[in-house]
Ligand binder design. Structure first.
Ligand code: PLP
Length: 328
């Protein structure tokens, strides 16, 4: 059978095919394979941003802070959590870049664990550069030792590699759920459980899995996670990242960038910083409101499609051609 016939049959059978029209498409770009770097805009993004400028920013001005913007980092965080992270509300916030949130969560984790005599961080050479560079800095700053796993880029990090380094000195394990070069999917449940058996915390970088792979943070008792929103959540260039802190750690872990927006009562303008006891305590400064708007259109589409269907399609698109032939 000619490959064009196979392709036409696959499109006809694709339950998500109609959603293609929900994105801004450009005739010049026949096939876009860089969604893992920057997702396309949804058709609703431009309309949402324009309406915001006129109806919210333009018409409500400063009143909109109380009416909706102050809550946006947590409202959006809860929506990302429910639709893509397998996480209950009150544990996820949006704001800052991935790099900055990684720093805040890792410093919080490292400080809590160092107080318990744990001074080692497990990471792998497959981690994204920003994660590795930050950890080098945090190790120097807080007197921690980095324990490296030299990961094969294609095979990815394995549970046994992590188990070989875990011990009573391990403070935190920091890994990517999906490897940014090969797409290898790490064993999140297995590695998280192994770390916990040794009293370590785990931070998962979800940049390449959020919106592409169903994630189960609460069910697998993940401690901390971070992810960006400009890839598969289609938030646009530089849209802010999200951070997840499991409820059991809220009030216990303390982040280092103590800004007024994470204070217990920001508008009290008090003489000293007192952290908000909830996930709001991980916010630092004024929320980047405009950067949070475009991703809402993608979350609407994920809500409509469901993460399981997104994953099924992505596996079908990347499966070997042999399985296409047999499925038609
Ligand atoms: C896996 C991963 N971690 C961290 C980052 C850094 O994110 P940011 O530039 O938003 O700080 C990226 C960026 O692409 C990434 O892919």
């Amino acid at each position: 059978m000619p490959s064009s016939t196979v392709a036409a049959a696959l499109v006809a059978a694709d339950p998500l095919a109609h959603l293609r029209d929900e994105f801004v498409l450009d005739e010049q770009v026949r096939s876009y394979l860089d969604g893992n770097s920057l997702g396309r805009p949804t058709r609703t993004a431009a309309e949402r941003l324009g309406r915001f400028a006129v109806e919210e920013w333009g018409a409500r001005l400063i009143r909109a802070w109380d009416e909706s913007w102050m809550e946006l980092p947590l409202r959006l965080g809860d929506r990302i959590a429910r639709l893509t992270l397998g996480a209950a509300e009150g544990q996820t916030f949006v704001g800052d870049s991935t790099t900055v949130i990684l720093y805040k969560l890792l410093r919080a984790a490292v400080d809590a664990q160092a107080a318990a005599g744990r001074h080692e961080i497990i990471l792998d050479t497959g981690n994204f550069p920003t994660d590795r560079y930050l950890l080098e800095g945090i190790a120097a700053e807080r007197g921690m030792t980095l324990r490296w796993i030299d990961t094969d880029p294609v095979e990815g990090v394995a549970l046994a590699d992590v188990e070989a380094l875990l011990g009573e000195r391990t403070a935190v394990v920091v890994l990517s759920h999906v490897e940014y070069r090969s797409g290898h999917l790490a064993d999140l449940p297995g590695i998280t459980a192994a770390a916990h058996r040794h009293g370590a915390l785990v931070l998962w970088d979800l940049c390449h899995s959020v919106g592409s792979v169903p994630i189960t943070l609460d069910a697998h008792e993940v401690d901390l996670a971070v992810g960006c929103t400009y890839k598969y959540l289609n938030g646009g260039p530089g849209s802010p990242a999200f951070g997840y802190v499991a409820r059991r750690h809220l009030g216990r872990l303390r982040q280092p960038v103590q800004g007024w927006m994470g204070a217990a009562d920001p508008f009290a303008m008090g003489p000293e910083y007192a952290p908000h006891p909830g996930i709001r305590g991980f916010i630092s400064g004024t929320p980047p409101v405009t950067g949070m708007l475009a991703m809402e259109g993608m979350l609407d589409l994920i809500e409509q499609a469901g993460m399981e269907a997104v994953r099924e399609k992505s596996v079908a698109l990347t499966a070997s051609p042999r399985s296409w032939w047999t499925s038609c």
